[in-house]
Design a protein around this ligand. Structure first.
Ligand code: BES
Ligand code: ZN
Ligand code: ZN
Length: 480
């Protein structure tokens, strides 16, 4: 997206976006810029918009409500919504006027305007000739404004790419396709990616990932990412990210009901967040060493599919009794977690997964479920989540739930068989595979990765996790 940042309004603007926090509307400023003396009431409530027409010039003014100052984390949504609804009518010189606001708003405006460029109509055939939007002119005087604008637009671009892969249909988005996406991102933005094929997974013994993928015509892969900026002296990564990459979840032989099954193309939301976070860290050249691991498979129904009752092995060597083939995410993550420990031993490990319907029942669409025994990590992630409005909420890893993993024939089973605490028992299962790691966090993002919004008629990718993780990385960097 083309833009400029200036200290003053450029000559002959065609439209002017003029935001205010609630209760802070500056009537003199509106009068001066709009040429209108008698103004209607404007409180500045979140996403409220008042459109004014200059009496003498060809100029539209969008007076826009940012809501309460304490909700500044939601400001990008205001700009995204306004841009999405009105950009077509902005003319050739749209200006966002911000000098009366904190410089953070430059970032919020850039991010929101950038995100509004994402249109979820990839496979439509009747799209009219796409017109490139006119460059946007941001106005602010702070010295840091240029960096903030650039970071906002870059973040929007990566988040939109991540929303795009979430919305890509499952007959396009196979595990190998996801591997190619990551490889192209790595080549373009300066980090490394390696895709392990089914044959290599067989040789290395990733039995759990292979079992989940064995009923699909698309072979499973493991995608390994690493970002190590030049000049950073580091042996093992500070942060390792593991993302569930199920490109479609039918439930397998324990098949899901067909209503809304099409939404299960979003079962790679963890993978998307991991690719997005590492891509963005690389684009922003953050001084941190990162590793990413994405076990990716399609959970399909076939004579070759794994079955309830099967006992499988795993990369860690532990055996697993399959009770329900729909509890497949924890199986691929078991191999992903074992892999990242063996090959990278990162200081901190965070896994992200659209893991359970139970987490959606618990927290709805408002926050990811967060599981960890490490309280300082929990606090750091809560703080990061609040600051970018990608919230997390802690749930327990009580030992009470250990019995639920008991199997008579194998080391563990993959489902308790009980209709209670499904998000917790899933997290306990993962813990079993990374038990000794002192700094591990599991994020169940089933409710937040894919959802309803004003931008689509059906659910769509949200880009959740990218900013949560990059903000967390910045916190780690600043603590060094
Ligand atoms: N991918 C689903 C979880 C999910 C549900 C994600 C809704 C997004 C929205 C996962 O693989 C699954 O099917 N989990 C089962 C586990 C159960 C069989 C133990 C669930 O949550 O019902
Ligand atoms: Zn499932
Ligand atoms: Zn799943």
């Amino acid at each position: 997206m083309d833009y400029t940042l200036t200290a003053q309004i450029p000559d002959s603007p065609s439209s002017l976006i003029l935001p205010f926090f609630k209760g802070e509307t500056d009537t003199d400023l509106i009068q001066k810029l709009s040429g209108i003396t008698f103004l209607p009431e404007f409180e500045g409530k979140f996403k409220d918009t008042l459109v004014l027409f200059h009496p003498e010039k060809q100029l539209k003014i969008y007076v826009t409500g940012l809501g309460e100052r304490k909700d500044i984390a939601k400001a990008p949504q205001v700009f995204r919504s306004l841009t999405f609804r009105h950009q077509e009518n902005w003319g050739d010189c749209p200006v966002v006027y911000l000098p009366h606001l904190p410089s953070e708003l430059v970032y919020a405006a850039a991010l929101g305007i950038g995100l509004a460029q994402y249109k979820n109509g990839l496979f439509k055939t009747d799209i009219k000739d796409h017109k490139e939007p006119a460059p946007v002119h941001l106005v602010h005087i702070a010295p840091e404004a240029a960096t903030l604008a650039e970071e906002g637009f870059i973040t929007a671009d990566t988040q939109a790419r991540i929303m795009q892969i979430m919305d890509t249909p499952p007959n396009t988005k196979t595990p190998e396709w996801l591997g190619r996406f990551a490889t192209e991102s790595a080549e373009k933005y300066g980090y490394s990616a390696r895709v392990f094929t089914r044959e290599e997974l067989e040789n290395q013994g990733l039995h759990a990932l292979l079992a989940v993928g064995q009923g699909s015509m698309y072979p499973p892969v493991l995608i390994q990412l690493e970002y190590k900026p030049d000049g950073l002296d580091s042996q093992s990564p500070q942060l390792g990210l593991v993302g569930k990459g199920i490109t479609f979840d039918t439930g397998g032989i324990s098949i899901k009901p067909s209503t809304n099954m099409h939404f299960m193309k979003s079962d790679m939301g963890g993978a998307a967040a991991v690719i997005g976070a590492i891509e963005l860290a690389a684009r922003l050249r953050l001084p941190i060493h990162l590793a990413g691991v994405i076990p990716s498979a399609e959970n399909s129904v076939d004579a070759k599919s794994f079955k309830p009752g099967d006992v499988i092995s795993s990369y860690s060597g532990k055996t697993i009794e399959i009770i329900d083939t729909d509890a497949e995410g924890r199986l691929v993550l078991a191999d992903g977690l074992a892999w990242i420990q063996k090959h990278f031993s990162p200081e901190i490990v965070i896994d992200l997964a659209t893991l359970t319907g139970s987490c959606v029942m618990t927290l709805g669409y408002s926050a990811a479920g967060m599981f960890t025994e490490n309280e300082s990590l929990a606090q750091a992630l809560s703080h990061a989540g609040k600051s970018v409005h990608e919230r997390v909420w802690q749930l327990p890893l009580f030992s009470d739930f250990e019995d639920d993993l008991h199997s008579d024939v194998a080391d563990v089973r993959n489902f308790s068989g009980k209709p209670v605490a499904g998000a917790i028992t899933a997290a306990k299962f993962l813990e079993y595979f990374i038990k000794d790691h002192p700094q591990w966090v599991h994020l169940d993002i089933a409710g937040v990765a894919f959802g309803d919004s004003e931008y689509t008629k059906m659910r769509a990718g949200t880009g959740y996790g990218v900013r949560l993780l990059t903000t967390f990385m910045k916190q780690l960097i600043s603590q060094q």
